[in-house]
Ligand binder design. Structure first.
Ligand SMILES: [Zn+2]
Ligand SMILES: [Zn+2]
Length: 328
């Protein structure tokens, strides 16, 4: 805590000083849970201006690295003993940076259990299974679901077997008690998850996990849907992989044109890696296959025929030329 002096006004607050600005900014996270960088800019500008009305603080001065990051570092130092942290991640689809207040000791699944009934939680598990098992096969890594299919999961399929080995026992127990919910109840759960920034709905109408859910659930997802090798002959099923560039989880992006290869990228990370190379020079860093950037992870994998994944320039250009930075 600062020593009761007036907080800094025009300058970036000193990292040691926890001021009015940090306090009010943290409160906006308690209210909203999740804020995109475009939502943060007016909030911080307003806080700075409220503190010193004679000198309005322009939104343009709220830059990510120069302004927001140091403020969040100071807040995180304060939150440390409470096991909370403000984290940020880039939305893989919109490329927008999203900040979320996350609990470091309990993931979203645990927290959802305090807000939904047991049958609703069982529904949310079926939703995740549909996204990460049914709609996520070696040839079609969609990791998303259409709203109508999501509603249809309201009733459990009685003898359905979860392929996730670690969950078999637990699933059997849950299924015994799980009588399902109505489609109306399923839609209400979906709406609540959307409002909570746990799910997002894309322009082409697919539900996928929003940045907040990915920030909180990445270990849960890997533990649940990735297998570990039991013996040497066993090729474990890896359903969820990290980006070759930034090492964050990929649920929307591109994959190596060699189907056997585990390399995955976010569009932007692939762009950065391959920028300036000729088409033949765009070789996978692991298997050296020439990659067209036209084999997708995420909802685009549901639309594109994936029989022959080599070649193809047009779709790559469409996907691989957006590269903007928000720190300007
Ligand atoms: Zn990446
Ligand atoms: Zn490869």
């Amino acid at each position: 805590m600062s020593r009761g002096e007036t907080p800094l006004v025009r300058d970036v607050p000193d990292e040691e000083d926890y001021t009015y600005v940090h306090r009010v900014f943290l409160q906006s996270f308690f209210t909203h849970g999740v804020l995109t960088i475009d939502e943060i800019k007016p909030v911080l500008a307003a806080i700075m201006t409220a503190h010193n009305p004679d000198r309005p603080f322009p939104e343009g001065d709220v830059t990510q690295s120069g302004f927001i990051t140091p403020i969040i570092q100071t807040i995180n130092a304060k939150l440390e003993p409470y096991d909370f942290e403000i984290r940020h991640a880039r939305n893989q689809q919109t490329k927008e940076t999203t900040y979320a207040l996350v609990n470091k000791t309990s993931d979203s699944m645990t927290q959802l259990a305090t807000r939904f009934t047991a049958n609703e939680i069982a529904y949310i598990r079926r939703l995740l299974d549909a996204m990460f098992e049914t709609n996520n096969t070696p040839t079609r890594e969609i990791m998303a679901i259409k709203p109508m299919d999501a509603s249809q999961l309201a009733r459990p399929r009685r003898n359905r077997q979860s392929q996730a080995a670690s969950m078999v026992d637990e699933d059997v127990q849950l299924q015994a008690a799980d009588t399902g919910i109505t489609i109306g109840e399923a839609d209400a759960v979906l709406d609540a998850l959307l409002a909570d920034n746990f799910l997002q709905l894309s322009r082409s109408k697919y539900y996928s996990l929003a940045p907040r859910a990915l920030m909180e659930l990445h270990s849960y997802l890997k533990e649940t849907y990735n297998e570990t090798a039991e013996d040497e002959d066993d090729e474990p099923m890896i359903r969820i992989r990290d980006c070759e560039g930034c090492r964050e989880i990929v649920t929307f992006g591109i994959r190596c044109n060699n189907r056997e290869c585990g390399v995955r990228w976010h569009d932007r990370c692939a762009n950065q890696y391959y920028s300036g190379r000729s088409a033949e020079g765009k070789k996978c860093p692991k298997c050296r296959t020439v990659c067209g950037g036209n084999v997708y992870v995420g909802e685009r994998a549901d639309r594109v025929p994936q029989r022959n994944s080599s070649g193809g320039g047009a779709s790559r250009d469409e996907q691989m030329d957006e590269d903007e930075d928000e720190d300007e």
